[in-house]
Design a protein around this ligand. Structure first.
Ligand code: NI
Length: 187
């Protein structure tokens, strides 16, 4: 997977600079690094995951990977945009099976306001650990499968721009005075 480089317009860089932490933005090097596996989730892992949950919720995100808060560890979280959907945490996630295809728009909390179409597997089976270090196996499809694939990519230094149909990449800047991304879910 080749790492695509894009130019971030000065206007967009200014908007990014005004966003609250701790989520880091392209092209910070930690976003392009391969993250390290977690040995056994401990209290430091819980602290990190709490920080990730808070950051993702504050940014109205669907998913977040630890490198996005500058921690090069293999941890992802996500929460589907459904009422009462639980917050999911997967430590050392890996996809053991992938089927079918889906193409749809994606965004990323580390590339705010950029959107583009990405083709991914429609159904996956993912294995990993839960926060207590117990093995976990989950079957996911459609949006859930897309989010998990997007977040696992972050652990390998891959961003959605590397997989996007480049002709669809577009900046959707917020309307002045409204800090909220007009296009909703981002990962
Ligand atoms: Ni992302």
């Amino acid at each position: 997977m080749s790492q695509i480089q894009i130019e971030v317009p000065a206007e967009v860089q200014q908007l990014w600079a005004a966003l609250p932490g701790p989520i880091v933005h392209y092209p910070l090097e930690v976003l392009r690094r391969t993250a390290s596996p977690v040995g056994r989730p401990d209290s430091a892992t819980r602290t990190l995951v709490d920080q990730m949950k808070e950051a993702m919720t504050a940014a109205y995100g669907l998913g977040l990977a630890a490198p996005q808060v500058a921690e090069s560890q293999r941890i992802i979280i996500y929460r589907l945009p459904e009422e009462r959907a639980p917050m999911q945490v997967i430590v050392n996630p890996r996809i053991i099976s992938a089927k079918g295809e889906q193409t749809g728009p994606e965004g990323c909390l580390s590339l705010p306001y950029l959107h583009g179409d990405v083709t991914r597997a429609r159904e996956i089976i993912v294995k990993g650990l839960d926060m207590l270090g117990r093995p976990l196996k989950r079957r996911a499809s459609d949006l859930e499968a897309r989010v998990i694939q997007h977040e696992i990519d972050h652990l390998d230094g891959i961003l959605f721009i590397d997989r996007a149909d480049l002709s669809t990449l577009e900046w959707h800047l917020p309307i002045a005075g409204d800090g909220v991304d007009p296009d909703g879910p981002v990962e």
